[in-house]
Every structure is written in structure tokens, then in C-alpha cells.
Design a protein around this ligand. Structure first.
Ligand SMILES: *Cc1c(COP(=O)(O)O)cnc(C)c1O
Length: 420
């Protein structure tokens, strides 16, 4: 299978190249050149479905691919039915309690597999404002051929998020930057653009637009459809990677009623679908569902490409809806009251969208639950009046020692650490 660039100027590349490069040479995002049909039987488990998808897109031999998937997807994905038309697919039982574990763990193991075959080593550098850093650090932790450097803004992320980055050790180095997220990002970009450095060490980023992170996320949609007939699938969205994976699944033959992108106040996509104008604000709005605070969703280029830029065609498959902060809080409160079920603020945006649209569709809704509510228990507590217990994995990480290297915003300091 070859992967072409959404900008169509670079030549198509194979899976391994798309995985290691992240972005095409012309700055575009990689897209699979075709979408083979996938057949899911009712008896297939999580890993069988993931294998069925992955074998169509990669050239990895079946036995190796099965091993990778077994190691990457080592946690359950329950579907919780709140009532007969409202179902929650809990994607938050991985090590960092976020759906991002699926993409990060799969991508990390596939990269490590290729490195093991070629005998190369790779350094990964990633800047984080909080949540992605934890998923990337945990995803790559313990892999033999990769060193990971996570740059995070000191004192500006939550103590628990900091522990998820700094307590791992081993091949994960946490760099606590004396600055804000933009400083972290600019340092990482300088390193990636430093030709001299890149002659000395093999360097890459584990960017969220990597095709290796998207493909395993198609799994969520086949799982939803396996349990519920013709579901309307609601996706709490920020960068629209998850939703892109859903549209990929549809191209692979998934039967679905409709996709719903539920967004917070950062509402460029609902406005585009309504008016045809994509107004990208110069400032991202901060909300309770902070992992969805994205002003200019980078995967939108993939969705436009899938539909040849035809807004009407996109609208046939996809509905997009903006949920306010007060609706998010109200939904957390009411869902707890009605079902004794805790929602994190991201999933709550999805459930609020399902509630708003329920009278328009004569089908059951599946809402993708993207984060564990205990990760946001202050918000959950202020909405419900209940304090949730921390799950065991978070208690264990909170008790571990923080281990980080203080980093100034002087690039020479970073370069010295990377070449050490
Ligand atoms: C990243 C994230 C999202 C948004 O996913 P996209 O693929 O960027 O649209 C939603 N919820 C949570 C908890 C996330 O971490």
C-alpha cells in the first residue's frame, strides 16, 4: 500500500516511510491510496479487528503484526449502555486513561519493530502542554531501540500530568522547560530543523498527525458497529484525528447511520459545514475540555481530501455541533443524576451532542468516551458534588518520584543533552 500527500506534490511513499517521516516532503498529510474492504464477524475480538485493519495497510508479516497488536492493545474496551439509545464506548482503560493510548502504543511498537530489523536507533522529541506527552511517553516506554525526550512547561501542567511524564525513567527523559508551551514547541522545532544535529543522531517527532496513530483508531468504529446496528457515532473532537479514522472506516465498508463531531467553543468545523467558510481564529479558546482546544484542526485537510473538497458530500456523512461550557457541566451533572455514571468533560461534550440530536435520528447513539473521568475529577466534582476515587494506575504514578532535567530556553542546552 502506498500513501500520498494531501498536497499532491510529493511522490507517494510506502507505509514505513510515511510512519517515519510523519509529514510529506511537500508539507501535506499522508493518506492511504485505497481503502480495502474490512469484514468484521460478531465473534471477532478487539485484536482480531485491529489485525484485520493493520494487515491491509502495512507490509509487516502476520506473525510479527499479531505480536505488535497483542502488546499494544492489552486493555479492555467496554461498551456501557446507559439506555437503549445511548451507549458509551469506553476508550479510556489504557495506561494513561486516554483513547490516545491506542494510537501511541501501536505507532511506538511498529516503529520499534522496523528499527529492530534495521539495527538502527531513533530519538523522539515531543513538546507537550499536558496530555499528549503522557500518552507518548507511556507508549514508547521500555522499547529497546528508541529514546524519548518530552519537553514540558515547568509549573504549568497539573501535578498528575507531570508525574505521567517524569516518573517513567528508563528510555524516557523528561525535560522541564523554564518557559511556556510555545517555548517547548519552538525548542523541539529547532532540534528537528537542525541539519547538523540530524547528521549526528536519528531524530523524529511522534506527531499526532502520524498515519501510524490514525490507523488503529479505525478500530473504535468497527467495535461500535459490531455491538449496535447502524449507530450514530458521536466523536468528541479537537484535531479531528479520531473522526478522520471513522471516515476511513466508512470507506472500508462500515455501515453507520451518521458521524457527529462534537466540539467545544472552538467551532471552526460546525461553522464551515453551515456556511462554507473555514474561519480559523488567531487564538484558541480555553475550555473545560482542554484536549479539544484546537482552533485550526490539522486533520481537516485529510477530510477535505477524502471528499474532494465537496462540503455537501461531507455533510451527508458528518454532522458537527458546538457545545457550550454550561451545557458541558450540565450534562456531567444530569448524566450522573440519571444514570449514576461519571463523564469526563470531553465525553460530556459528546453526550450533550447526542442528547441534542436524539429527536432527529431514529437510531441508537454510540458516544466515544475519550478520557477517564477521574483524570478530571475536580471538574467532575464541581458538577456532580461527588469526589471520584483515583484508579489504581493513577495512585501508583502519583506516589512515584519525579525525575526531570531542568532546561533553559537556550537551544544549545537542549542540543548538548540530545548529543550526550
Ligand atoms: C485528543 C483528545 C480529543 C480530541 O481528539 P482528536 O482526534 O484530536 O479530535 C478528545 N478527547 C480527549 C480526552 C483527548 O485527549
Amino acid at each position: 500500500m502506498l500513501f500520498y500527500s494531501t498536497n499532491r506534490l510529493a511522490s507517494p511513499v510506502d507505509f514505513k516511510t510515511a510512519l517515519f517521516e510523519g509529514l510529506a516532503d511537500d508539507g501535506g498529510l499522508f493518506m492511504p491510496e485505497k481503502f480495502p474492504k474490512i469484514f468484521v464477524s460478531p465473534a471477532d475480538g478487539l485484536r482480531e479487528i485491529a489485525f484485520g485493519v493493520a494487515k491491509k495497510f502495512t507490509d509487516i508479516p502476520a506473525a510479527d503484526l499479531k505480536k505488535i497488536i497483542k502488546a499494544a492493545l492489552n486493555f479492555p474496551v467496554p461498551l456501557v449502555s446507559l439506555d437503549k439509545n445511548l451507549h458509551i464506548l469506553e476508550l479510556f482503560h489504557g495506561p494513561t486513561l486516554s483513547f490516545k493510548d491506542f494510537g501511541a502504543r501501536f505507532m511506538a511498537r511498529v516503529i520499534d519493530y522496523y528499527l529492530g530489523r534495521s539495527g538502527e536507533k531513533l530519538n523522539i522529541i515531543t513538546a507537550t502542554s499536558g496530555d499528549t506527552g503522557g500518552a507518548v511517553a507511556s507508549g514508547f516506554h521500555g522499547l529497546a531501540n528508541i529514546r524519548v525526550f518530552i519537553l514540558y512547561p515547568g509549573r504549568r501542567i497539573s501535578p498528575l500530568q507531570e508525574k505521567q511524564i517524569t516518573a517513567l525513567g528508563g528510555n524516557v527523559t523528561a525535560l522541564e522547560v523554564d518557559g511556556d508551551f510555545d517555548d517547548c514547541q519552538s525548542l523541539a522545532k529547532q532540534a528537528l530543523a537542525d541539519a547538523e544535529l540530524r547528521r549526528q543522531i536519528n531524530l523524529s517527532s511522534a506527531n499526532s498527525i502520524n498515519i501510524g496513530r490514525l490507523l488503529p483508531q479505525t478500530l473504535f468504529y468497527f467495535l461500535s458497529r459490531q455491538k449496535i446496528k447502524k449507530p450514530v457515532i458521536v466523536v468528541p473532537s479537537g484535531n479531528f484525528g479520531n473522526l478522520t479514522a471513522g471516515l476511513f472506516a466508512k470507506k472500508m465498508g462500515l455501515k453507520v447511520g451518521k458521524f457527529v463531531a462534537a466540539v467545544n467553543k472552538n467551532s471552526a468545523v460546525p461553522e464551515y459545514l453551515a456556511t462554507g467558510n473555514m474561519n480559523v481564529p488567531n487564538k484558541t479558546k480555553l475550555t473545560l475540555s482542554s484536549a479539544m482546544d484546537v482552533g485550526n484542526p490539522s486533520n481537516w485537510a485529510r477530510i477535505l481530501d477524502l471528499y474532494g473538497g465537496n462540503r455537501e458530500a461531507i455533510g451527508n456523512d458528518l454532522e458537527a455541533i458546538t457545545i457550550s461550557e454550561s451545557e458541558t457541566k450540565k450534562t456531567i451533572a444530569e448524566t450522573y443524576k440519571k444514570y449514576k455514571y461519571f463523564l469526563d468533560p470531553h465525553t460530556a461534550v459528546g453526550v450533550a451532542a447526542a442528547n441534542k440530536l436524539s429527536s432527529r435520528f431514529n437510531s441508537p447513539f454510540v458516544v466515544l468516551a475519550t478520557a477517564h473521568p477521574a483524570k478530571f475529577r475536580d471538574i467532575v466534582q464541581s458538577a456532580t458534588g461527588r469526589r471520584m476515587p483515583l484508579p489504581g494506575s493513577l495512585v501508583r504514578i502519583a506516589d512515584k518520584a519525579k525525575n526531570s532535567i531542568a532546561l533553559s530556553v537556550d537551544y544549545r542546552h537542549l542540543k548538548k543533552i540530545l548529543t550526550n
